[in-house]
Design a protein around this ligand. Structure first.
Ligand code: NAD
Length: 241
């Protein structure tokens, strides 16, 4: 453990005073639930594929190599049995206690909702929603997980996950809701994210309050001077708050 107990104590004081804190998180929130992130030592960028993950998870690749996209997506992104960890659970508890107003996440795994969080802005969509690119018909994730090859709708159209691929814009309503929540927050908690993916990472610039707490293994890419930085595993840290 590289952080001091006094830092966790300060975090505890801040959250106990908060009335509309916002949590902004990424893939590192779910590594303790067994889902690999992108940039850790054992993250997907360190594993060997024919193409880098950000190429496979791009709109162009999906359009041109749909079958290969689905091979990777089924093997690496669909973690349907993963369960929320202490960080997901604590955030849901804080929302219920009236301390936390919203979770803004870059994750697509749905674990915040599984833990009980209600006001969740999924900047990059969700593996749990899928739709036909031709007629718009919705499909449960099992339709993607169970089959092989390219999943197709009854109308013949290709089914696509409701996940924001590289080169695709974020959903404007989700973006607006996230910005509003961050702008109105009295405490910003950032965790489990390298802050490398834009425009998502830029959203924290909308925060107007005084206190930011960062819980991450290693410092995120963005300059975060003046914040309370806790260098540790987010599930372990949150369990102790
Ligand atoms: P990232 O992989 O770039 O960064 C993850 C960060 O979390 C790293 O700094 C890492 O050191 C830290 N981290 C890992 N485990 C941690 C833990 N237990 N406690 C604290 N910190 C921990 O992830 P990102 O910033 O979210 O950006 C990459 C993109 O990856 C996002 O767009 C996201 O959509 C996508 N992604 C999502 C999932 C998911 O839904 N679970 C999984 C992989 C990738």
């Amino acid at each position: 453990m590289q952080y001091r107990e006094s830092d966790v104590e300060n975090f505890r004081k801040l959250i106990n005073r908060a009335k509309r804190a916002v949590f902004f998180g990424g893939a590192g929130v779910s590594t303790e639930s067994g889902i690999p992130d992108f940039r850790s030592q054992d993250g997907l960028y360190k594993q060997k594929y024919k193409y880098p993950p950000e190429t496979i998870l791009s709109h162009t690749f999906f359009a041109k190599h749909t079958e290969e996209f689905y091979e990777f997506y089924r093997a690496k992104m669909l973690c349907l049995d993963a369960q929320p960890n202490a960080a997901h659970r604590k955030l849901a508890q804080w929302e219920q206690e009236g301390k936390l107003a919203a979770v803004v996440t870059q994750n697509i795994d749905g674990l915040h909702q599984k833990a009980g969080s209600r006001n969740v802005f999924e900047l990059h969509g969700s593996i749990w929603r899928n739709y036909c690119t031709q007629c718009g018909m919705g499909y449960p994730v099992q339709r993607i997980a169970k089959g092989a090859g390219v999943p197709r709708c009854a109308c013949g159209g290709i089914i696509k996950p409701d996940v924001v691929l590289y080169e695709e814009p974020l959903d404007q309503r989700v973006l607006d809701g996230a910005v509003k929540a961050i702008r109105e927050a009295d405490l910003l908690i950032v965790g489990g994210t390298s802050l490398n993916v834009y425009p998502a990472a830029s959203l924290i610039d909308f925060f107007r309050g005084d206190n930011i707490v960062v819980i991450n293994r290693g410092a995120p890419a963005k300059d975060m001077r003046g914040v309370l930085f806790i260098d540790g595993k987010i599930g372990e840290v949150f369990a102790g708050v």
